[in-house]
Design a protein around this ligand. Structure first.
Ligand SMILES: [Zn+2]
Length: 491
């Protein structure tokens, strides 16, 4: 899943890239990113994340997750497969409706229409053997004509009738709204009285209007929801692209910003350049840029703070995945080294090595990032590394190895980093760096022989002479088939 990208072997090159982005005067001073508050990202974190970005799929999935929206559209579907919907949707029986209806519930109820029991339902009779009957659903006008009482709804729970539209829209007290009417002896008079009240007429109109708008898909809610949905999708699409650009630059360890923060400027850096490139072929990005150009949107998510935030999010997700993997593996070893960056800030690069157990067991080395260090003493380094592990919630008790160079601060028998760590965890066996050891052995061996010192001295003199000019170097290359190297200054 996650692959280790770079182990920070090239200290200088890593720091160069860090500098080219973050200490650039323009990028550090000008802020044209209106949608973001100033972020406290440091040089460290951005270079760190740039180094560790590896898995595009995972990051995308994780960082663009958005909650689903509740609205009229979901209300349209009354299936109870979605647990949220069942909670939000009001019950059918009017006796069970909550005392205060939300807009969502009202919309949902209008969609369903008044509740009527099934045809085979037998209405319970009262003491005088009277009951609700389907004849009540018809209103007889004075001219003998019959019209349907569409507003009348029946509650099985209370064995009572309610006025559907008044229950939906009225805020006043009325028995036919609150408790329901089951005075079957006087029911005809009660219904007649209610349906001729002005209040009821108004609520009927409200109901009919909402019903009509719903059937035409024109409720305010629905229009708003459609706009909102389109907007949400647009931003998601834009952000997905910006995240992809962030990943693509980070994977190659490229600087994000140039000296200009404006689009379509020649020196605006790789991030904006890739945005422009994408906009040439991708309609979504093209649309986004044209909105920015026309001033239709002030939030463009292209500024330096957004870039830093994207880097942070991506790196955070990757670090999370690495830490999970290391915890799964349980045992790990630490590899670290320090080197100053171009601004003379000493930086420690930390790598954890473990055996990944998912699938085929495989040795993995994970670069966790650069950490600024004040002093390179064994004491300070051990504090820094232990703090870092603590911060990542990786237990140092599970450390089974440490590998550093042969510097006195690292391998020192009593005060060195390895000795300090070993005292805390005797299982964390120290293995000095093989390449560095070999280098030291060869250098010491050469220094022990007068002949060898003389030989390498001559070689160095030749190197100094020929490398002083390109013309000299080409003469050397013309006559000698091998190339020359300077003395290694590895200590
Ligand atoms: Zn009514």
């Amino acid at each position: 899943m996650l692959k280790f990208v770079s182990t920070g072997d090239a200290g200088p090159s890593a720091s160069t890239s860090t500098d080219s982005v973050d200490t650039h005067p323009a990028s550090a001073s000008t802020s044209t990113d209106p949608e973001q508050p100033a972020s406290a990202n440091t040089v460290q974190t951005s270079s760190e994340s740039r180094k560790t970005v590896t898995d595009p799929g995972e990051v995308q999935a994780a960082s663009v997750s958005t909650s689903t929206t509740r609205g009229v559209q979901s209300a349209a579907d009354t299936s109870s497969s979605d647990p949220n919907r069942t909670v939000a949707a009001p019950p059918n029986d009017p006796a069970d409706w909550p005392p205060v209806l939300t807009d969502f519930m009202r919309t949902e109820l209008v969609r369903r229409g008044p509740f009527k029991p099934g045809l085979d339902f037998s209405f319970p009779k009262d003491k005088s053997r009277r009951a609700f009957h389907s004849g009540l659903l018809q209103r007889k006008l004075s001219n003998g004509e019959k019209i349907h009482r569409s507003w009348l709804t029946y509650s099985i729970k209370n064995n009572a009738v309610y006025c559907f539209c008044c229950k939906l829209f009225s805020t006043k007290y009325n028995k036919i709204i609150k408790e329901g009417v089951n005075d079957w002896s006087n029911i005809n008079a009660i219904l007649k009285h209610h349906e001729s009240s002005p209040e009821h007429t108004q609520n009927m109109i409200k109901w009919r209007e909402l019903d009509l708008r719903l059937s035409q898909g024109q409720t305010l809610d629905q229009i708003q929801m459609t706009i909102y949905e389109a907007e949400r999708k647009r931003w998601r699409d834009v952000l997905t692209r910006l995240i992809s650009i962030t990943q693509s630059l980070a994977e190659r360890n490229l600087a994000f910003r140039g000296s200009s923060e404006k689009l379509f400027q020649p020196d605006n850096g790789n991030f904006l350049k890739e945005v422009e490139l994408l906009a040439k072929f991708d309609p979504i990005m093209e649309n986004h840029l044209s909105k920015i150009k026309d001033g239709q949107t002030h939030a463009h998510y292209l500024g330096q703070h957004t870039q830093n935030e994207l880097i942070q999010i991506v790196s955070g997700k990757i670090l999370e995945a690495i830490v999970t993997q290391i915890r799964d593996s349980k045992y790990f070893s630490i590899i670290l080294d320090c080197t100053p960056d171009i601004s003379h800030q000493e930086q420690m690069s930390i790598i954890l090595r473990s055996v990944a157990l998912r699938g085929k067991p495989e040795i993995k080395e994970h670069f966790l990032g650069f950490v600024n260090v004040e002093a390179t003493t064994g004491l300070n380094l051990s504090t820094v590394i232990l703090n870092k592990l603590n911060e990542l919630k990786i237990s140092f008790e599970d450390c089974r190895g440490q590998a550093f160079d042969n510097g006195a601060n690292m391998k020192g028998k009593n005060q060195g980093l390895q000795a300090r760590l070993l005292r805390r965890n005797p299982s964390a066996v120290f293995v000095p760096c093989g390449a560095h050891t070999l280098n030291l052995v060869i250098a010491d061996a050469a220094k022990s022989s007068k002949d060898a010192v003389g030989f390498f001295g001559h070689v160095q003199k030749l190197f100094t002479f020929f490398s002083a000019g390109t013309q000299r170097w080409s003469v050397l290359k013309k006559h000698v088939k091998i190339t020359m190297k300077s003395w290694s200054d590895t200590r």
